[in-house]
Design a protein around this ligand. Structure first.
Ligand code: HEM
Length: 344
């Protein structure tokens, strides 16, 4: 039974890796196949267009009267070739690595179990900001990846017409939500930058692999070094995604085609890097570690979880005289169990 499960798992990984690559091969071959002996009646026109001859258009934009440029062909090859292929590999390898980590480490439990006493970790504003930005990011990632890989991966499965309708909807969702994500991201960076300033103990956190593989948990403040890495990746790559997104969204600003081509490559590459990090973030927050989701959902975390994962932060709270409070569910049970005052 165990080996069957392993086989199914390997088969799935293989399919995930093989499907996009097969898709590229199929699309590439279809494009290369010309009908033998067929003469394209527009071949003269296409030859002129291919050589960059300017035509006539009512559109007012730099190079709007040029149909095909060399830089466009290079851009297309970079986008459909190395960018999409290495991007797919990076994301798939990250998923495989996380699956392997889970097989080795399983779920990290809270040392000594839940104490039933909690401290506040994330305010309501923090949580609304996190989930607002996170939900938008996930929608943008799904629609963005559909636009990058959909032709190769989805079209052969759902057909040309269904894919065309889906891609049209995806581009609307992507374009309209992008700006809201930008607002969420900027607020997130401004709100959390102070706790994410690197400190000396972050280095030892990295050196001990965040305690994920070895038993002993390294020292960490309000956020640990891994979270700081996610934060700064989001701050740098995330802002690059937003800025290039704006360049792509508003061509009427007067930017050249080359600027837009470079912007799209940066936009897609930075997005793939952030998506890979977010895979790790979601895995750590949900499957890998017991106790962190409580903080981002209800705002409070168990004292034992805080001591295990963010000991320096808990020490700070204790020094400030912050008193832990019973967890809401435990508090209710306690009230129910309290003896009622005797009726007089
Ligand atoms: C289903 C998806 C997600 C889940 C379940 C999730 C869960 C969490 C949890 C539980 C925390 C708190 C960790 C702690 O208390 O130490 C957290 C923090 C955080 N999350 Fe998420 N998250 C998700 C998606 C995202 C996305 C898409 C982004 C970015 C666009 C994001 C950015 C952050 C950041 C920046 C922090 C704070 C870490 C720091 O300050 O360095 N999360 N998340």
């Amino acid at each position: 039974m165990g080996s069957l499960a392993l086989l199914a798992f390997l088969g799935m990984v293989f399919l995930i890796v093989a499907l996009p690559l097969t898709g590229y091969l199929l699309v590439g071959e279809t494009a290369a196949k010309a009908q033998p002996g067929a003469v394209n009646p527009l071949s003269e026109t296409w030859r002129d267009a291919r050589q960059g001859t300017a035509g006539v258009t009512a559109v007012i934009a730099p190079q709007a009267n040029v149909l095909i440029t060399d830089s466009g062909q290079n851009w297309r090859q970079l986008r459909n070739g190395p960018l999409a292929t290495y991007g797919a590999w990076l994301m798939i390898l990250a998923l495989v690595a996380l699956a392997a980590l889970f097989l080795v480490r399983g779920r990290v439990q809270i040392d000594g179990g839940e104490s039933g006493m909690t401290v506040e970790r994330w305010t309501l504003f923090d949580r609304v900001l996190h989930w607002f930005t996170a939900i938008l990011f996930i929608l943008l990632a799904i629609t963005g990846l559909s636009l990058l890989y959909g032709r190769a991966v989805l079209m052969p499965v759902i057909g040309q017409e269904a894919f065309a309708s889906y891609a049209q909807a995806a581009i609307y969702v992507h374009n309209y939500l992008g700006l809201f994500f930008g607002v969420g991201l900027v607020l997130m960076v401004l709100k959390w930058i102070r706790v994410n300033v690197p400190k000396g103990h972050d280095l030892s956190w990295f050196l001990s692999g965040g305690g994920l593989l070895k038993g002993k948990h390294p020292h960490a403040g309000f956020v640990n070094a891994g979270e700081k890495l996610l934060f700064w990746t989001l701050a740098v790559a995330g802002l690059a995604i937003v800025i290039t997104g704006v360049i792509l969204l508003f061509p009427q600003l007067g930017q050249s085609r080359e600027t837009m081509q470079v912007s799209l490559l940066i936009h897609a590459a930075a997005s793939i890097v952030v998506i890979t990090f977010i895979f790790g973030h979601i895995y750590l927050a949900t499957v890998a570690m017991k106790g962190s989701m409580a903080g981002m959902v209800g705002g409070r975390v168990d004292v034992n979880w805080a001591r295990q994962h963010h000991d320096l932060w808990l020490k700070e709270l204790e020094e400030k005289g912050v008193k832990p409070q019973p967890a809401p569910a435990k508090a209710e049970t306690k009230v129910e169990q309290e003896p009622r005052p005797a009726a007089s």
